[in-house]
Design a protein around this ligand. Structure first.
Ligand SMILES: [Zn+2]
Ligand SMILES: [Zn+2]
Length: 213
């Protein structure tokens, strides 16, 4: 009985913690604080507000991103749309645009960063280049971190509506993730999900073999 109570309390606490996840949790997942992560955090909060979202324990929320930048990690942390659950689709199209779907209500929104949001900062760009090419002095490194932190703080103190334009989703909500059976690829003899196989010469083979053998 004690054990049952403990488990119940434990899962209840966990649920509450998920919806209270904050920017520090995003840093813990991503590994560092940066402008991209801050933008991902702000867009997650904005989507949560617009679509009445919580944390996706399963596939209640779906996100399609049009970038593979740091933003994606904040979205995974805050909304629970993750690479492994089949409710996150990452497109490497170089656009700061994100489509959020609430499966429960059927509502969806595409949030696109306003073209005029980022004012170019030649100073920060020059410092970044020096820091990443390891030619910056100690003074330049600390200046770079100070300017970066300032940018992160500016983003975190701005409401999503001032950064992102609301647009119509470009596609309907993706289908739920399916679980497929496995077969053995006749070329490499490794087990592979049948739905991910490619048909070649009348037999189903894995994608690696289709491309390389
Ligand atoms: Zn980052
Ligand atoms: Zn194979």
């Amino acid at each position: 009985m004690k054990c049952v109570i403990f488990l119940f309390m434990n899962s209840d606490t966990m649920l509450k913690d998920f919806s209270k996840r904050n920017y520090d949790d995003a840093i813990a997942f991503h590994g560092h604080s940066c402008g991209g992560l801050a933008l991902g955090y702000v867009v997650s909060l904005y989507a949560r507000e617009l679509l009445d979202l919580d944390y996706s324990e399963d596939e209640e929320i779906v996100v399609i991103t049009e970038t593979d930048s740091c933003t994606v990690d904040a979205i995974q942390t805050i909304l629970g749309t993750t690479a492994g659950k089949g409710n996150l689709f990452v497109n490497n199209w170089g656009k700061n645009a994100f489509t959020f779907y609430n499966r429960k209500t059927g509502k969806a929104v595409r949030l696109m960063m306003r073209p005029d949001f980022f004012k170019p900062s030649p100073e920060l760009d020059a410092l970044r280049e020096k820091v990443f090419s390891e030619t910056a002095t100690e003074e330049e490194i600390s200046k770079y971190h100070a300017l970066s932190d300032q940018r992160v703080n500016d983003i975190l103190s701005t409401h999503g509506s001032q950064i992102y334009d609301i647009k119509e989703p470009q596609q309907p909500v993706p289908e739920k993730a399916k679980i497929f059976s496995n077969i053995i690829c006749p070329i490499c003899n490794e087990s592979v999900g049948v739905a991910r196989c490619v048909e070649k010469d009348g037999q189903k083979i894995c994608q690696f073999c289709a491309q390389n053998k």
